[in-house]
Ligand binder design. Structure first.
Ligand code: ZN
Length: 362
């Protein structure tokens, strides 16, 4: 059996503790909470995964996939919000947009950068579900450091590393955040591996929701190929506007994007077959490394998706990806059933290890 997969960890995740999400104008309880990562950590500690603390990395790796303007906004948004007195009046304790730089509003005009935080938020946020609080930036930055530390381990020869990233990141594009995500940890990792290895990299997203962020960032590039299996947005699921099978990349990236949307209610048979299909598809590009965006919200018990995957299904998916035999960084994305999230991540990582073992022995 190969050595246990190292778990890269940042305590800073606890600084991001959203109070509420705004859904159709109504405050609803936040679901992307510190208990998620703490439950994963507890389960992987029990399973004997060695813990590696995330180390600080400069912004260069972030700037390779995100606009500087987005980073500047996220870094300063909450302190500006607080300085403007908005938590006291009108009484909004977290940064939430009210007006958006919608393409239908702008036409050919490049949007201005509004002076007021409450207006500027709509330049960078694409939904109202992703609040920025006092510790959000530090937590998101810590998650990126975890993903980059996992890259360091893999580039130094560790076959696999798992970054327990929180908040998640896979919905964030080059210039806009949302979907409970602020910085695209998996895209940062993929670009870092590609730039260091000077070779193609594959990014496979198992989260129940479409990995729209990496798709947008790498859509016209041939050197990071992106595959995503997720619940069909055409059946009424986030991100609604995209994530369809016809999105295959463009220009030099044509053919380098693959979406496998599944019907609500899909279980292990369909889901694992789709993961295997993505693995074979990605292998054809002869990537030198793999990033797995490991959301476990496709699980049957998860409140945020209608897919019906089990721990065995996650194990089989991990096995199929491990059997690719590639240096791999696994990045945590969604998963909202705190009672089972640890066991689901463990099952996926155990499956991954067994897939690698097959390669090593074979
Ligand atoms: Zn998700």
């Amino acid at each position: 059996m190969p050595a246990a997969i190292p778990l890269v960890w940042s305590d800073a995740h606890r600084l991001h503790e959203p109070r509420a999400e705004l859904f159709i104008g109504v405050r609803t309880p936040a679901v992307e909470l510190p208990a998620r990562a703490d439950a994963i950590r507890a389960e992987l500690d029990r399973a004997g995964h060695p813990v590696v603390p995330a180390t600080p990395h400069p912004d260069a790796a972030l700037e390779a996939v995100h606009d500087r303007a987005l980073l500047d906004f996220l870094a300063g948004a909450w302190s500006e919000w607080e300085a403007a007195g908005l938590p006291a009046a009108p009484g909004q304790p977290e940064v939430i947009p009210y007006f958006f730089a919608h393409p239908g509003l702008l036409g050919p005009i490049e949007p201005a950068l509004p002076v007021e935080t409450w207006a500027r938020t709509g330049r960078f946020a694409f939904d109202t579900m992703t609040p920025i609080g006092p510790g959000t930036w530090e937590a998101a930055r810590g998650a990126v450091d975890a993903a980059l530390t996992a890259c360091d381990l893999v580039l130094a020869g560790s076959p696999t590393a798992y970054a327990c990233c929180r908040p998640p990141g896979h919905h964030v594009t080059r210039g806009a955040y949302g979907g409970g995500c602020y910085l695209n940890n998996a895209a940062v990792a993929a670009e870092r591996l590609r730039a260091t290895l000077r070779a193609p990299v594959a990014l496979i997203d198992l989260d129940a929701h479409h990995g729209n962020g990496a798709q947008a960032i790498f859509y016209d590039r041939p050197d990071v190929v992106c595959g995503s299996v997720h619940v069909d947005p055409g059946a009424g699921w986030f991100p609604h506007f995209l994530g369809f099978a016809g999105e295959e990349g463009e220009g030099a990236g044509r053919g380098g994007n693959r979406n496998l949307p599944l019907a609500p209610g899909s279980g292990d048979d369909t889901w694992v077959a789709a993961v295997r299909e993505l693995a074979w598809w990605a292998a054809a590009f002869e990537p030198r490394a793999l990033v797995v965006a490991l959301g476990v919200d496709a699980a049957a018990a998860d409140p945020e998706s209608p897919l019906r995957v089990t721990a065995d299904g996650l194990g089989a998916a991990g096995h199929a990806l491990g059997a690719l035999g590639l240096p791999t960084v696994v990045v945590q994305e969604g998963g909202y059933d705190v009672a089972s999230i640890g066991a689901l991540v463990r099952a996926a990582l155990d499956g991954f290890r067994s897939g690698r073992e097959e390669i090593t022995d074979g």
